[in-house]
Design a protein around this ligand. Structure first.
Ligand SMILES: NC(=O)c1ccc[n+]([C@@H]2O[C@H](COP(=O)([O-])OP(=O)(O)OC[C@H]3O[C@@H](n4cnc5c(N)ncnc54)[C@H](O)[C@@H]3O)[C@@H](O)[C@H]2O)c1
Length: 251
């Protein structure tokens, strides 16, 4: 028996990067994982990889920017599996710009892929999470905690997600649901693109990681998500767990 045996887990942005690392760590603990992603190619490949371990796991293609898709994701999962135990709101896309450069379009991208899907998926999943006394895992960022320059739209959406998560932790604790955040640092396609766009900032971030490396999406981040999705973390709620090699809180 795995720590997440037969638990039904939804992971947004689960086709690549940290979301895929979490999916891989969770199926190894017995979970049935639904990865939701925009990218059909990486989604289908990841579906095959997950099904080799957890045959009932699946990929659902959806653009989280389209609000109509959000309730549909929840209902599709409930119709197929009859329950939801864990919701992982991992997907987030953004442009790196200063406040002066940031446009309405940039804000819409960051809030439309990060904050709004987190909010509406949590809202639609609540009745099912109440039944399962489930777990929500949201995503924060050191960029939001530190307010790093050029991250105006991203940092604002990330801190909105942290505020929402604390409210949910207060409102939903009485239902036996815990709500926590991971603030990660890990190698992912998103980080590779950012390293190319801002090599100086990338090197600066790397030099500030006491553990000395960018985390592994499955072994460093995925294993913590397994803990937060399991009964072992039941008495932790409303917390931002820094899974970043010590880089934000120590430096
Ligand atoms: N990687 C890091 O070091 C780091 C640092 C701080 C915070 N984070 C946060 O961790 C989470 C995962 O980061 P990552 O680096 O793995 O991201 P990533 O960009 O590498 O992967 C994101 C995934 O989300 C999917 N996605 C993007 N827009 C979508 C949309 N509109 N609809 C559906 N799917 C969509 C992408 O296709 C991709 O598979 C994010 O919330 C990110 O902000 C990551």
């Amino acid at each position: 028996m795995g720590k997440l045996q037969d638990k039904i887990v939804i992971i947004t942005g689960g086709a690549a990067g940290i979301g895929s690392g979490i999916a891989k760590a969770m199926v190894k603990e017995g979970a049935i994982v639904v990865i939701v992603d925009l990218n059909e190619d990486t989604g289908k490949n990841m579906e095959k990889e997950l099904q080799a371990i957890s045959p009932k796991s699946m990929f659902k293609k959806a653009n989280l920017m389209d609000r109509d898709n959000l309730e549909t994701i929840i209902y599709t999962v409930v119709e197929k599996y009859g329950r939801i135990d864990v919701l992982v709101n991992n997907a987030h896309a953004s442009k790196q710009k200063t406040i002066s450069e940031t446009t309405q379009e940039d804000l819409d991208l960051s809030f439309g892929t990060g904050f709004y899907p987190t909010f509406y998926l949590m809202q639609a999943a609540l009745p099912y999470l109440k039944e399962s006394k489930g777990h929500v895992i949201n995503f924060a960022s050191g960029a939001g905690l530190n307010g790093h320059e050029t991250q105006a739209a991203y940092a604002a959406a990330k801190e909105a997600i942290r505020g929402l998560s604390r409210v949910a932790a207060n409102e939903w604790g009485r239902f036996g649901i815990n709500v926590n955040l991971i603030s990660p640092i890990a190698n992912s396609p998103g980080v590779e693109a950012w390293a190319k766009a801002q090599p100086k900032y990338y090197e600066e971030v790397k030099s500030r990681i006491p553990m000395g490396y960018f985390g592994d999406i499955e072994n460093d981040i995925g294993r913590v998500a397994v803990f937060l999705a399991s009964e072992d973390s039941k008495y932790i709620t409303g917390q931002t767990i820094m899974v970043d090699g010590g880089s934000i809180m120590l430096r």
